[in-house]
Write a protein that binds this ligand. Structure first.
Ligand code: PLP
Ligand code: COI
Length: 348
C-alpha cells in the first residue's frame, strides 16, 4: 500500500499546538544494560508500574523537532542530529542511558514515514511535531535511577504555538519565580524544568502575556529565557544578541538564527549577558525562538509593575525579525538553499 495516497482529511490551517493521535509510534526498551531493537506500535497509551521513577522523581527527558512538507512534496527535518546530541547530553545528567544515535535518527524517520498521512501539506502553515522521549520505568520506591527505560517517539500535526494570522507578535512577563538554579538542570531538556514553570506561565498569562520570561536566578538582572523558547534581541546598533547563560536550554533554533543573522543579514552577533533594565532602551526588536515557537517577535515585556513596549505600538513586526523568520522558515520548508547541511529529507 502506498501510504502517500491516504492523506488525512484535516482542517490543517486551523490546527493549534495540540495533541492529535496519529497511527504509529516507535518504542524501544533498555534493560540489563542494553537496548532492544524497538518497533513501531499503534498503542498511544504507555502502561507503566506505579513505582516508576519517571512518575515520582521526574527521571524523564524529551526532545522536540518538526517535519515539514516542501513545495515539491519532499518531507524535511531540520537538524535532527542536534536533537539527538542534546538528548544524549541530557540523559546522563539524570542517570539515564543514552539512546544510540542510529536508533534515535532511524526512529524519527520510521515514525514520520509511517504517519505520512498526518504530515500537513505545504502551504497549510502546519507541520508534524516530533516528540522523542526517554522515561525511567520499572518498579522502585527509593531515590535511585530506574532499572528499565523506554525510548518513545510520537508525532502530532500542529499549527502555530502562539495562535495568530501570520507572524505572531507575543508579549512576555518577567516571572518572580526562577526557572533553574545556576548549576541545576536548566540547560538540559528534562520535564522537571517545565513542571516548575507551569505556575510562572499561568501568572504571566493572567497579566495578559503570552508566556513567562525568566531572569537569572542569582541577580535577577540578566535575561535567561522564556518558558518554552530562547530569546534573541536586535539592538539599535545593528547587532543580534542572545543571552549567555548556563541555565538555559541550548536552543537549536536560536543557534541557527545566530548563524543566519551573521551570514545572510550581515549582522554582528554576540552571545553575552543581557541586563534587561539597563539595556532595554537599546532594544530595537526582540523575539522568542524555538521549535514550537519558531520565531515569535516580542512586542512588549512586563517588568517592575508595568508594560514596556519594544515596538512603538507593541504589535508590529520589525524588519530584522521578519527577515530572520523568512530565512529560517524558507530553509526549513526547502524554499531557500542553505548550504549548511541542516535540512534532512525523509525518504517517504
Ligand atoms: N527553551 C526552552 C525552555 C524550550 O522548551 C525550547 C524548546 O525546545 C527552547 C528553548 C527552544 O529550543 P529548540 O530551538 O531546540 O526547539
Ligand atoms: C519545543 O519547542 O519543541 C518544546 O519542547 C517546547 C514545548 C513547551 C512545546
Amino acid at each position: 500500500m502506498d501510504a502517500k495516497v491516504n492523506k488525512k482529511d484535516l482542517n490543517w490551517s486551523e490546527l493549534g499546538f495540540q495533541y492529535v493521535k496519529t497511527d504509529f509510534r516507535f518504542s524501544a526498551t533498555w534493560e540489563n544494560g542494553k537496548w532492544n531493537d524497538g518497533e513501531l506500535i499503534r498503542d498511544e497509551i504507555i502502561s507503566i508500574h506505579e513505582g516508576a521513577p519517571a512518575i515520582h522523581y521526574a527521571q524523564q527527558c524529551f526532545e522536540g523537532l518538526k517535519a515539514q512538507t516542501s513545495a515539491d512534496g519532499r518531507v524535511l527535518l531540520f537538524r535532527p542530529n542536534l536533537n539527538c546530541e542534546r538528548m544524549n547530553r541530557t540523559a546522563p545528567r539524570i542517570l539515564m542511558p543514552q539512546v544510540p544515535d542510529e536508533m534515535f535518527l532511524c526512529a524519527i524517520d520510521e515514525v514520520v514515514k509511517a504517519n505520512y498521512a498526518w504530515i500537513p501539506p505545504f502551504g497549510s502553515g502546519a507541520s508534524l511535531y516530533i516528540r522523542p522521549m526517554l522515561i525511567g520505568v520499572g518498579e522502585n520506591l527509593g531515590l535511585k535511577p530506574a532499572s528499565k527505560f523506554e525510548f518513545r517517539v510520537f508525532v502530532s500535526p500542529v499549527g502555530p504555538y502562539y495562535k495568530s494570522d501570520g507572524l505572531a507578535v507575543i508579549s512576555l512577563a518577567v516571572s518572580d519565580f526562577d526557572r533553574a538554579a545556576p548549576s541545576g538542570t536548566g540547560s538540559y531538556k528534562v520535564g522537571a524544568n517545565y513542571a516548575g514553570g507551569l505556575m510562572a506561565t499561568q501568572k504571566a498569562q493572567e497579566l495578559g502575556a503570552s508566556e513567562a520570561l525568566y531572569l537569572d536566578a542569582t541577580e535577577k538582572r540578566y535575561i535567561d529565557e522564556a518558558g518554552s523558547a530562547n530569546i534573541i534581541v536586535a539592538t539599535k546598533d545593528g547587532s543580534l544578541i542572545t543571552p549567555k547563560s548556563d541555565a538555559i536550554l541550548p536552543s537549536i533554533t536560536r543557534r541557527s538564527l545566530m548563524v543566519l543573522a551573521k551570514d545572510k543579514l550581515g549582522m554582528t552577533t554576540e552571545e553575552r549577558s543581557i541586563d534587561l533594565r539597563k539595556e532595554f532602551s537599546s532594544f530595537d526588536e526582540a523575539a522568542a525562538c524555538g521549535t514550537a515557537a519558531v520565531l515569535s517577535p516580542v512586542g512588549k515585556i512586563y517588568f517592575d509593575d508595568s508594560w514596556h513596549n519594544i515596538y512603538k505600538d507593541g504589535e508590529t513586526v520589525g524588519p530584522v525579525m521578519q527577515d530572520l523568520f523568512d530565512q529560517l522558515v524558507g530553509i526549513q520548508m526547502g524554499e531557500i538553499e542553505e548550504g549548511y547541511g541542516w535540512v534532512k529529507e525523509v525518504s517517504v
